[in-house]
Design a protein around this ligand. Sequence first.
Ligand code: F6P
Ligand code: MG
Length: 442
Amino acid sequence: MDELPPQMSAQDHGSFAYFTMKNRAPQILTKVIDTLHQHKDEFFEKYGEVGAEAEKKAFSLLSKLHNELETDKPLLPLADTWVDADVWNEHLEYHHSILNENDKKISWFQSPWLYVECYMYRRIHEALLLSSPISDFDVFKESKQQNFLESQDAIITLCIYLQELSSGIENLNESQLKNEFFKLLQISLWGNKCDLSLSGGQSSSQIASPLAVLDELKPFILVNNLEMLWSLLINRKKTSQEKFSTTRVDFILDNAGFELVTDLIMADFLLASKLATEIHLHGKSIPWYVSDTNKKDLNWMIEELKASNTKCLFECGANWEHYLKKHTWVYQDHMFWTLPHEYCTMSHFAPDLYAELQKSNLILFKGDLNYRKLVGDRKWKFTVPFHQALNGFHPAPLCSIRTIKAEVQVGLTTGQGEEITDTDPQWMTTGKYGVFQFDGAL
Ligand code: F6P
Ligand code: MG
């Protein structure tokens, strides 16, 4: 097998990895510190003096982290005892020992970008864990909730659309059903523009009628394997109805707020259309990359919907709660999703999760970070086939649904990447372009 290309790193000045570690990551940390500080009175009211002391402790740990990052210090072992601490520390020790032979250390600007960026979010979690009793405070909660609240108009439009669609779904012919399937997947794709780590936590509200702009956005879909997804599910639907078998679709979720709504609308449609009979939703166990979905975010959103005076929102909230209760939708999390590992190592580091995903008929990986991990965050040529870049990760047929926000993209046609670079040099880091990239080979 050919040698793999190197992973992206902030060593490359001028790269988005460098820009992230130099500018975006410190800004995110500053915002985390400010948010924590703004809650100091609340901690005091809730826990008294211990609460106030805990805030000071987390504040000082996070300020120290900020300083380590800005001065490119070696990465330190984790000092908490959360389930993944040993995995991180063994990994760090191993890499430090290899590099030590050359008098080098793993550091913020010298080591793989994926690794150090994940490490930053894990250290934020560590600062909170070491600051009992405020350990379960989610520093990103308010930004996530704000994103949901600011997107109300778009969410109402989508919920009404879903309900009208579901009520008449039995009357649709195959080509109409396919058309709706494509539409809702595109909504879910562009919903991924809503990640808050690109904007440092600042959410931008959604246009009120996301369905109206889909045609305008089509030219920005650089790899479009929607037909393959459709064939897979419609063929299964036809054969499984005869055999009474199930079709399981897994969503590897990305951001809470508007994007999560678009994913759940898709999940709801898959059930209503009988293209799937069982949905698994995979979220993160700890606050991650600012806006990624935790169980609490999903629960909060469902409660918000149910409390709404707007009928369509209330009904969506009630239906989604019902699906979760009767396990037609299953929410799952696993510490592997917040490790820095590329997915081709999943069968080694998380064989249980790999085995779980093997039960799926289709896995949808939402978002940019999932894409980076699928292809190892490596400097692949644009034309390398997706299958090759997955480097052996084939638990089940899978599809990346991603707006492009990092300088890695495979599976393009010859000259396609270069052509876009000529007209739009920043195309890889703005989220303006997207892909539906499918790999069905096992
Ligand atoms: O690459 C830019 C970035 O902000 C990365 O930090 C991260 O890979 C990603 O985008 C987050 O986006 P998403 O929420 O789509 O995974
Ligand atoms: Mg995200």
